[in-house]
Design a protein around this ligand. Sequence first.
Ligand code: TXA
Ligand code: MG
Length: 362
Amino acid sequence: MGTHNSYETEIKKINFDLIDHNKIEQLQQNEIIKKGAQLLQQGEIVAFPTETVYGLGADAGSARAVQKIFKAKGRPQDNPLIVHIGDKKMLKYITREKIPGSARKLMDAFWPGPLTLIFSRNDIISTRTTAGLNTVAVRMPAHPVALALIKLSQLPVAAPSANSSGYPSPTRAEHVYDDLNTKIPLIIDGGACEVGVESTVIKLEKNKPVILRPGGITREQISRILNREVVNDNQVKKDQTPASPGMKYRHYSPATPLKIITGKITENKIRDISKQAKNIILVVTEETKNHLKQNKKGQLLPRLDIVTMGSLNDLKQIAHNIFSIIRELDKKEFDLIIVEAVPENGLGEAIMNRLYKAAVNT
Ligand code: TXA
Ligand code: MG
């Protein structure tokens, strides 16, 4: 470990097939989990896989530890962090209120998993974690490595996505390394994250469910469990404090300009949005790619580089791939990335939310 502001970042590959987070003695025998848990207990930061994206964790009760997350990511101080817990018992220690029935239902249905709920904060959670708010965002992740770290350290773990602030979220250990090399001591490499987009953040205001950030659990899934309509409030209205402070910043943006194309893809549409860009890459669904291959007309389309993000019939696949594709293309010499829009239902809501933000300012 380095001194002052620099670390020698270690990447440790972990085989998590056999990890059982309920067996503490077993976790103590796992050198990587032990190292990660020790770092957390010492007030250090650790990057680890979750089922959504990689997280950068620290002891949520320690202002000093959490401050290191903000520093490593370059994250604005007023953007609060999600606290990760290992079991529902932990919820009692970090929240104040009696848990409403609707929240219970959602936890029973979707935990462990990609759903984050907002509760009132107990003093055990640092105000640095919640960016001064009296509420705390909580989720129980479904990845064995994340659960093992929480269980062995016995800490509530504050963890934002493990990327540089503003850049696309990391779904592989290499993405974390690209952004945070020398800024953190350890990356636990558990391969590619399954879901690929972050958790859904939901607030239950007087039992009225409002989605603050669409994510891995869809609005339809939540609506079915609560047996009522669920609104999506992730659009930042002007002159209004956003309910989820993180939503107001530049987010998920690659260095290469990114634009979204909606509806049928035509030569004219591409010409319209690409302006002076010469070196264009088109990211489309499998269905669109097949269609374009069959229609090799025109000057531009037949010569364009095309990448597929997955099938329209499988939005899970597209969610899984999207950040990874954008990061990969950003390393190449393109001067414009054009991404095809997908329908905004199911996981499409989360996918399009990320794409719209990635396309801001371009
Ligand atoms: O899937 C995920 O949620 C990943 C993995 C690592 O668990 N984490 C993640 O954290 O996406 P982050 O920091 O990148 O996004 C947290 C979001 C932000 O939009 C933030 O503003 C919101 O949750 N948030 C956190 N605490 C909040 C609170 N008390 N009230 C409202 N929104 C909150
Ligand atoms: Mg993030």
